[in-house]
Design a protein around this ligand. Structure first.
Ligand SMILES: *Cc1c(COP(=O)(O)O)cnc(C)c1O
Length: 360
């Protein structure tokens, strides 16, 4: 067995190898204390220090203002699809959503249970191959917020810049949080399932502006109120301890890489190498329109479904794993999150060039 293959999976995705190695030791015997990390009481001073450090690093790396809470929740990003409107909308309240893929569509469905939802833009007719510019949609009058998915994991599209609209932003950043800097203060709430860019499945990061905690109605169950978790520092009940630990270690790794601005440059360079191959021949066709291309997920097609199957099979055989596209788009997809190594990109690029020469 090789020590490590190149994992292009969209999620759970590649994590820094050094973090996996650290976790493998800590899970058995945390800091030589004779107790495994996942055996520690979440109220022990050892674990409280783990959670505090993770939060502090998140705040530092993203520049989270003091009037925002950082929460570690469970239920995946998908639970945020209903928690957001459940906490922030009263019956009859309006909100504006941008429909740029499966994840926004699911969020819209849930939001409609709680409020008057305006879908101001959709690219569904072209299989979500693009995201809108600010000029292409209006935020409905009296909207409580504008909701969008910053990176559309399945289609390989990404907002090149965050919407500059006169509205409080809410974003599902599951697949690109910490991949590039942005101004947190423009947002009311940001959430991300950890398993794409920042940790293992099982922990969901939520960053929420203080004042929004108070908007929640009395009929919302205790566990589903952000306020409950904010007041108890994510320790109202047993939090996802292992996930929080890993997120902290990934944040530490990211800081060592130079932080979010530094990783953005690396991400840009990595993605450009793959897009250059796609653009250099008719053999490969990118799914996303050029202005909407993602740095995290690169979705592309080959001339036929047979060639795509052969491509994926031969790639797997040389240690390039997880390149199959999502069933709704077909084709291939290379997910190259923060921790995906440069050498793997070079190997993919060589493989793509060889494959198109042989089969083109
Ligand atoms: C993967 C993903 C989700 C779903 O995350 P879960 O944690 O599985 O619920 C939601 N949104 C985006 C953008 C994703 O990439």
């Amino acid at each position: 067995m090789p020590e490590r293959i190149y994992n292009f999976s969209p999620g759970p995705g590649t994590l820094p190898y050094s973090v996996l190695q650290e976790a493998a030791v800590d899970i058995v015997n945390y800091k030589n204390k004779g107790i495994g990390l996942i055996e520690l009481s979440h109220r022990s001073k050892e674990f409280m220090a783990v959670a505090d450090e993770a939060e502090a690093l998140i705040r530092e790396l993203l520049g989270v203002p003091a009037n925002y809470k950082v929460l570690f929740l469970q239920g995946g990003a998908s639970s945020q699809f209903f928690m957001v409107p459940m906490n922030l909308l009263q019956p009859g309240d309006k909100a504006t959503y941008l429909n740029t893929g499966v994840w926004s569509k699911k969020a819209i469905k849930e939001a409609k249970l709680f409020g008057d939802i305006n879908v101001a833009y959709t690219s569904e007719a072209t299989t979500f191959n693009r995201v809108p510019t600010d000029a292409e949609y209006e935020v409905a009058a009296e909207s409580k917020y504008l909701y969008f998915v910053s990176n559309n994991t399945i289609y390989g599209t990404q907002f090149p810049a965050m919407p500059a609209k006169d509205a409080m932003l809410i974003s599902d950043m599951s697949s690109d949080i910490f991949s590039r800097p942005f101004d947190v203060s423009k947002f009311g709430l940001i959430f991300a399932g950890a398993q794409k860019n920042i940790g293992p499945a099982g922990v969901t990061l939520v960053i929420i502006r203080d004042d929004l905690l108070e908007q929640v109605g009395d009929t919302v169950p205790t566990m589903l109120k952000y306020k409950t978790h904010a007041e108890k520092g994510s320790m109202f009940n047993t939090p996802p301890c292992f996930g929080i630990y890993c997120v902290g270690r990934v944040m530490n790794w990211l800081k060592e890489q130079g932080g979010v601005s530094a990783i953005e440059k690396i991400n840009r360079k990595k993605a450009d190498l793959v897009y250059e191959v796609i653009d250099s021949t008719d053999f490969y066709r990118g799914h996303a329109e050029i202005d909407s291309r993602s740095m995290m997920n690169i979705a592309f097609n080959l001339p036929t479904a047979e060639l795509e199957a052969q491509f994926i099979q031969e790639a797997t055989a040389v240690g390039l794993d997880g390149l199959k596209g999502h069933r709704s788009v077909g084709g291939c997809r290379a997910s190259i999150y923060n921790a995906f190594p440069q050498e793997g990109i070079e190997k993919l690029v060589d493989f793509m060039n060889d494959f198109s020469k042989k089969n083109g």
